[in-house]
Ligand binder design. Structure first.
Ligand SMILES: [Zn+2]
Length: 77
């Protein structure tokens, strides 16, 4: 096996992975919607998104609302 081919394949694989996970690469941002005790809440439905923000530091919505939000955005134009 050619080592250069293998390196090329691997780097393409990681690039693809990075593209798929680009939301996870965003720097954490302060939650826009918070409970008085600082618990981050979904901006749309006030659900506790602490766990979600542990994975996606920039999340402002619960997974349901994020899904709806992306669907609405896609239908916009
Ligand atoms: Zn929500």
């Amino acid at each position: 096996m050619d080592i250069a081919d293998e390196a090329q394949r691997r780097s393409a694989y990681f690039h693809e992975l990075a593209m798929q996970n680009r939301a996870f690469d965003l720097p954490p941002v302060p939650p826009r919607n918070k409970a008085p005790d600082g618990t981050p809440l979904c901006v749309d439905c006030d659900l506790d998104i602490t766990e979600r923000r542990r994975i996606i530091g920039s999340a402002q919505r619960c997974s349901d609302c994020q899904h709806d939000h992306e669907k609405r955005n896609r239908n916009h134009g």
